[in-house]
Design a protein around this ligand. Sequence first.
Ligand SMILES: [Zn+2]
Length: 150
Amino acid sequence: MSQTIGAARLQLGHRASVTKTEGIRSTTYHSHWRLYSLGLDRRPESGSVVLTTRCGHCGTQVRVEVDSDAAMAQKRSSRRTGGRLLVVLAVGLVVLACFLGANGAVPGIAGLFGLFGGFAVAGSAKTYLGASVARDQAAAVRNPHRIFAR
Ligand SMILES: [Zn+2]
């Protein structure tokens, strides 16, 4: 049974600033988040609910989707499965590319991208908090906000 994250720990984060650090060869960006409690004490019994919360930093109304424990476990497992499936498909493409030799560049490259994508999706299954900023909102609302658990 996967571990659940209590609703009371869920917080809405607003990206307040981004620090740019110039290195010798690379530049790294570090986001600073301001966190505000969602004020939830429990998750829904089943399915998912969308609640509207006002960001404590910018005052924007943000819709947040919160999953029940069961819905969260289900989403985690489908991401894991989806990610693994993508990895299997990508390996197939790379193998195909090896058979095709010089003509295999396109499936080979697609396969490599698929591998990275598959691992990224499968990896995100573990960190999914069972809550997210609802996708059906303007990018200006979605982009500076993220859900954290503390
Ligand atoms: Zn905000």
